[in-house]
Ligand binder design. Structure first.
Ligand SMILES: [Zn+2]
Length: 401
C-alpha cells in the first residue's frame, strides 16, 4: 500500500496520527530494530540530497526513514502493535534541513539565472552543505554575486509554494530541468526566482531561510564544489569564524581587521630573523673553531682531534658549521655530540686520512641509532640521547688506537 506523505502538503506538520500497517524485526547498524510501515507519515525519508527526519512513533524512537518506491519505511528502536499511533518530528533538525534545502534552491537558481552555472548535485551534510556547479571556475565575483542576489530575495520575503502538474505542464511554466517521470509531478516555486521539480520539504517564505553564507569553492572532478550554510547554521559558523579571528588578533596583538597585515609582518620578520641567526651561527662557528685550534696539539699520528659534547643551547646547525670549519684545518678531525637530541657529527680534513662513515658505523654497532655519510663527513641520531657522551668517547678512542 502507498504511504501517504503528509509532508508533501504541509511541511510544517510537527505531529500526526497514523495507523501501523506492519512492523517487522530487522538489524540496523548492528542493533536489533523494527521496520514499520504506516498508512501515512509526516516523517521525511532520506532522498534528493536531504537527510531523513528523526522523531518518535508512540514511545519508539525513529532511527532512520527510507523511501522504498511507494512505501516509506521507518526504522525504530522497539516493536509497535498494529493499530493507531501518534507520531512527532524532531523539529529542530527538520527546520534546519528545510533552511538548508530551501536555501539551496534559491542559491542554485541565482547561479543559473545570473551566471549560467547549472547545479549538478546537492549534499546536505551535518556541518555544511555543498552544491556542485558545472562549467569554468566561478570567480570571486560570481560567488559573491550569487550569494548576495539570494540574500536579497530572502530579505524580500517571497512566498515558496508547491505546484502539481505533468512534466509538460511544468515545462510550459518554466521548469528548466528535463523530467522523464510520468504522471503528476510536484514542483517547488520561489516566486519570480525558481521553479523546480522536488519531493523535499521546504519553507513557506524565503525570509525563513534567514541568510545564506558562502564558504569555500574547490575543484571536484570536472565540477566546482561550493560550500554554504543557511539560517541558524550560518549564525553558528559566523560566530565560530569570528572567535577564531579574535583569537588570532589577540595572539598578534592587533585589531581583527589588521590580522592579515599583522600575520604577513610577523612572517616577514621571522624569515629575516632566521637568516640572521644562520649567518650568526656561521660566524660563531668560525670564531669558536679558531679558538679551539689555538690550543690543539697533534697526537702521535699527526692527527688533531676535537672531541666535544654540547648542550641544548647549541643548535644542530651550529655543530655542523663548527665541525665543517674545523675540518678545513690540516689533518683535523671533529667528533661532536649533542645531549638534547642525540645528534652526532663527525668531520675530518681529507689529509687526516680516516673514514668518518666507517667510524660512525662502528659507533652505531655499539649504540642504537641511525645515520651515515661520506669519508669526510657523517652524522647520526642516537635513539637514547643520554648515550651521546659515551658514543663520542668511544669514537675518540677508536681514532687514537
Ligand atoms: Zn527541494
Amino acid at each position: 500500500m502507498t504511504t501517504r506523505r503528509l509532508y508533501y502538503d504541509d511541511s510544517f506538520l510537527r505531529e500526526f496520527d497514523a495507523r501501523v500497517l506492519s512492523c517487522d524485526p530487522e538489524v540496523h547498524n548492528g542493533t536489533p530494530s523494527w521496520a514499520v510501515v504506516l498508512d501515512s507519515t509526516g516523517l521525511y525519508p532520506t532522498s534528493g540530497g536531504q537527510p531523513h527526519d528523526l522523531g518518535k512513533l508512540g514511545d519508539a524512537y525513529v532511527l532512520d526513514v527510507r523511501d522504498e518506491e511507494d512505501e516509506i519505511v521507518h526504522i525504530i528502536d522497539r516493536e509497535l502493535e498494529p493499530g493507531s499511533i501518534h507520531g512527532c518530528i524532531d523539529w529542530t533538525r527538520r527546520l534546519d534541513h528545510m533552511q538548508q534545502h530551501t536555501g539551496q534552491h534559491l542559491l542554485s537558481a541565482m547561479f543559473q539565472e545570473r551566471f549560467g552555472r547549472p547545479t549538478v548535485s546537492f549534499h546536505l551534510g551535518a556541518e555544511i552543505c555543498t552544491i556542485d556547479l558545472r562549467g569554468p571556475e566561478p570567480t570571486e565575483e560570481i560567488l559573491e554575486g550569487a550569494e548576495h542576489a539570494a540574500n536579497l530575495i530572502i530579505q524580500e520575503d517571497r512566498p515558496v509554494t508547491v505546484r502539481y502538474g505533468t512534466a509538460e505542464d511544468l515545462a510550459g511554466q518554466g521548469v528548466r530541468k528535463e523530467v522523464k517521470r510520468e504522471g503528476i509531478l510536484r514542483a517547488i516555486e520561489i516566486e519570480g526566482a525558481d521553479l523546480q521539480p522536488c519531493g523535499g520539504t521546504h519553507l513557506n517564505r524565503t525570509s525563513q531561510i534567514g541568510i545564506i553564507l558562502m564558504r569555500r569553492c574547490s575543484k571536484m572532478r570536472q565540477d566546482w564544489r561550493v560550500e554554504f550554510v543557511c539560517g541558524l547554521r550560518a549564525e553558528r559558523v559566523a560566530r565560530r569564524d569570528f572567535q577564531a579571528l579574535r583569537g588570532a588578533a589577540a595572539k598578534l596583538a592587533c585589531a581583527t581587521e589588521d590580522v592579515v597585515a599583522s600575520a604577513e609582518r610577523a612572517i616577514t620578520e621571522r624569515d629575516a630573523h632566521f637568516k640572521t641567526v644562520r649567518a650568526l651561527l656561521q660566524r660563531l662557528a668560525e670564531a669558536d673553531a679558531a679558538i679551539a685550534l689555538q690550543f690543539l696539539d697533534s697526537g702521535p699520528s699527526g692527527i688533531r682531534v676535537v672531541a666535544r659534547t654540547f648542550g641544548e643551547e647549541s643548535q644542530p646547525e651550529y655543530l655542523s658549521n663548527l665541525a665543517t670549519q674545523l675540518a678545513k684545518s690540516e689533518k683535523t678531525v671533529a667528533l661532536f655530540g649533542r645531549f638534547a637530541s642525540g645528534d652526532l657529527v663527525f668531520a675530518q680534513h681529507p689529509a687526516a686520512s680516516q673514514d668518518m662513515n666507517a667510524l660512525l658505523k662502528q659507533v652505531l654497532s655499539q649504540f642504537a641509532g641511525k645515520g651515515g655519510g661520506t669519508r669526510d663527513f657523517a652524522r647520526a641520531k642516537l635513539s637514547d640521547p643520554a648515550q651521546v657522551e659515551k658514543a663520542v668517547a668511544f669514537a675518540e678512542q677508536r681514532l687514537r688506537t
